[in-house]
Design a protein around this ligand. Structure first.
Ligand SMILES: Nc1ncnc2c1ncn2[C@@H]1O[C@H](COP(=O)(O)OP(=O)(O)OP(=O)(O)O)[C@@H](O)[C@H]1O
Length: 753
């Protein structure tokens, strides 16, 4: 239905025009302000030559700041003008009159009255749009409950500043708008969903920001999107206390960081740190390590290459809290060793501080600090104490020498002896006192040299290879674990599994510098983390303000990561826990096929409910071997239907590489996606499933020949992840009868049921 059929069309049109006009006016003012600041800068530049130049500098800096603000505001207004708002609520707060509030991506107030023209979607009252059904509603403002009545909700489709559609919302139309949003195209990127956020998603976005939250959400349930909107909500609500630079989102790969970063500017949260766990640890420790590819082991497991039991045991061990506990004992030993290095502090022959006192400071008073920080504090204390004591000693000695000289001058009768004695005393004094003065100044620094700097890398490696140390620190490990550890840990290169330990040692021994001390953390694909990784993040950053989202069904790294949420919930006892079972990404037909695979998992996991949106059945294209010409033809047919982002997903990287070679042999354009690539929309993207995890495409072809999906748990998970990537179309190329219940080909449309 078009907007002009709506009974309130004329009124709404007027309101939109009015809002736009008001915004245009503001835009004009902003432009004038920007021009004025530019002019001021130009003038001050000229004045630099002949006036007091420091004043001109200040002028330039202030005006540059004004200019920047005006330019930012101008850009924001121009974007918002295209779509000033997307909804309206007819609402009455208890004790006040009813009002019509227009909700948009950012707020706008009348300058004169400070009444809202547009209310921000993140503002407290907007919550009733997402949460409240019509009728009595409540919402919180600064922790206080407000009550009111919601009379009606209305949605608008506004494009390029034009009113295209008006809908009064009851349950059905809400669905319609969502359907429309979901039928859109994936342009290899996420988008904001402020107008269609669902109630259960809204609850997660707005859940108490001062507490952690853990979300188990099915594939396509909106976890990534929700995490990003929660960041936006966080900055809106807590922005006064938190600079965006103090927030961090952790994504599984650089590829994924690129994928989410595109949506961040739209949500106004682009200043937060977006990174991977690996990059964070390397940054926070300052270590330069040549890391093994974090997917290497997965690739080995998926190709059925020999991965011995000991290696897997080791991966699991390194992610466990038993591993952290052993490291903890190791740190306790290092602490003891360091404490053993304290000696009494002397200036010349004067003892100025007893070792017991320093040891007590180190072990007790400063026990809340990392070891290096404790030493730094002690060095500071030493410096002040030695300065004070040095002065005391010098003044005592000066008067002692004076007394001795007096005694010599007046007590010794014999001239020669008296002269000798006074000369000796004066000579001694003139050498001794300056030496004390000089040496005393260096005492603190010289004393601290006995403490060698903690070298995290070396300390970790020596622990890994020292049988005695392992026996002492890791007594809770099984014998097999100890053996595996001693045999392998010292010789293996640096792997993802080692990063938690390195971060742990950094935090306990040296400390994390402010630059890396994020105060709120958002973790996507959290099922790929080990318990130790999450524990060390919490401890190293000294905060539990975590938003943790993941899906156990997609736990393809489960040989080294969590397999349930219990351990994580124990780590974050204050955390709320939510589940999302509805999937918004894909069609009912594709979800049903993916659920078929999910139903075969050894761990019984609940099936995913699709938001009912229909599309074509997934198609199976039976083939014995990879035929690049045929696959490219299929790609062409998919593109012809208007789909732009199309991926060919393989089980392994090596098969993806081979397929890309196959295409280029025929001069067909295809792009291999690996860790660092930037997927280009409009090209055939060939991508191994472990990298496709978390991404989405309009259409997906899954092809497996050299590395087929076998009847193993890992392969089921990989296939499930691959099958849940498309929004609209799925094609399976090869032989998938093992998973899909029946042999099938294109002529058998019922085969996917
Ligand atoms: N309320 C909503 N309105 C419109 N689109 C939505 C909504 N919720 C989710 N989506 C869309 O569903 C798709 C899946 O979202 P997202 O990638 O955040 O899910 P996910 O749970 O992280 O998935 P996965 O676990 O498979 O990576 C995206 O295209 C997103 O825009």
């Amino acid at each position: 239905m078009g907007a002009n059929n709506h009974p309130d069309y004329a009124e709404e049109l007027e309101r939109l025009e009015y809002t736009k006009e008001y915004m245009q006016r503001l835009l004009g003012e902003t432009e004038r302000e920007a021009a004025k600041s530019r002019e001021n800068i130009r003038q001050s530049m000229g004045d630099l030559e002949h006036l007091d130049s420091s004043l001109s500098y200040i002028n330039i800096l202030t005006n540059a700041r004004f200019f920047e603000m005006a330019a930012g505001r101008k850009e924001e207004l121009e974007t918002v003008l295209q779509k000033p708002y997307f909804a309206r609520i007819h609402f009455r707060k208890d004790g006040e009159g009813a009002e019509l509030l227009y909700i948009g991506k950012t707020s706008l107030f009348y300058r004169e009255t400070q009444e809202p023209v547009i209310v921000d979607w993140r503002s407290p009252v907007a919550n009733v749009y997402y949460d409240g059904r019509i009728g009595e509603v409540t919402y919180e403002v600064n922790g206080e409950e407000n009550r009111g009545r919601l009379y009606a909700k209305r949605q608008y489709k506004i494009e390029g500043g034009q009113l295209m559609d008006i809908r009064d919302v009851d349950l059905t139309t809400n669905d319609e708008l969502l359907q429309e949003a979901l039928s859109g195209k994936a342009d290899v990127r996420l988008t904001e969903i402020v107008s269609t956020i669902q109630k259960e998603q809204n609850e997660i976005i707005r859940a108490n920001l001062k507490r952690p939250i853990i979300v188990q959400g099915a594939a396509g349930s909106g976890k990534t999107t929700i995490a990003l909107h929660r960041i936006s909500y966080f900055l809106y609500t807590m922005g006064g206390n938190f600079a965006p630079e103090k927030l961090m989102i952790l994504a599984p790969s650089e590829l994924f960081v690129g994928y989410i970063s595109e949506v961040l500017p739209e949500l106004g949260v682009d200043k937060i740190r977006q990174t991977t766990f690996e990059a964070f640890v390397l940054g926070a420790t300052g270590l330069k390590l040549r890391m093994e590819d974090s997917n290497r082991r997965l690739e080995q497991l998926a190709t059925g290459s020999e991965v011995d039991e000991a290696t897997l045991l080791l991966s699991r061990l390194k992610g466990s809290l038993a591993f952290r506990d052993a490291l903890d004992r190791y740190v306790a030993q290092i602490e003891k060793e360091t404490a053993g290095l304290f000696e009494d502090v002397y200036i010349e022959k004067f003892r100025i501080i007893k070792k017991e006192r320093l040891r007590r400071l180190f072990l007790k008073e400063f026990s809340y600090l990392p070891l290096q920080k404790r030493l730094d504090r002690i060095a500071g204390i030493l410096k002040t104490e030695t300065a004070r004591k040095r002065k005391e000693i010098l003044s005592v000695l000066t008067s002692r020498y004076e007394q001795a000289l007096d005694k010599a001058l007046f007590g010794i009768r014999d001239d020669r002896r008296r002269r000798e004695q006074t000369t000796r005393l004066i000579d001694e004094r003139d050498i001794r006192l300056p030496t004390i003065e000089r040496e005393g100044k260096k005492t603190a620094a010289a004393y601290m040299k006995r403490f060698p700097a903690y070298n995290i890398k070396k300390l970790y490696r020596s622990w890994c290879t020292d049988k005695g140390l392992i026996q002492q620190t890791a007594f809770a490990w099984t014998e097999a674990e100890k053996q595996a550890f001693l045999r392998k840990a010292g010789i293996e290169g640096w792997e993802t599994e080692d990063l938690a330990a390195l971060l742990y040692l950094q935090a306990r021994l040296i400390g994390i510098s402010d630059q890396w001390k994020f105060r709120a953390v958002f973790i996507d694909e959290a099922q790929d983390y080990s318990t130790f990784q999450l524990a060390v993040l919490r401890d190293a950053l000294d905060t539990d303000m975590f938003t943790i989202v993941g899906d156990l069904a997609q736990g393809i790294h489960s040989y080294r990561s969590i397999s349930d949420w219990d351990g994580v919930r124990n780590l974050f006892p204050r955390a709320a826990f939510r589940t999302l079972q509805k999937s918004y990404r894909t069609t009912a037909e594709i979800m049903e096929a993916a659920n078929n695979v999910l139903g075969r998992f050894a761990d019984e996991l609940p099936l995913v409910e699709p938001v009912v949106r229909h599309g074509p059945d997934p198609e199976v294209h039976r083939a014995e071997r990879f035929n690049p010409g045929e696959v490219y033809k299929l790609y062409g047919a998919i593109r012809a239907k208007g789909h732009r982002s199309v991926a060919l997903i393989t089980k392994t990287l090596r098969e993806a590489e081979k397929m890309v070679d196959g295409f280029s042999g025929l001069d067909h354009d295809a792009m291999l996606i690996d860790q660092g690539s930037v997927p280009e929309s409009g090209r055939l993207l060939v991508i191994p499933v472990h990298l496709a995890k978390g991404l989405e495409f309009d259409a997906v072809m899954i092809a497996a020949f050299d590395d087929p999906f076998r009847d193993f748990e890992l392969d089921r998970k990989l296939l499930y992840v691959a099958m849940t990537r498309p929004m609209h179309e799925l094609h399976l190329i090869g032989d998938f009868s093992l998973f899909l219940g029946c042999c099938s080909d294109q002529e058998d449309p019922g085969c996917m049921q």
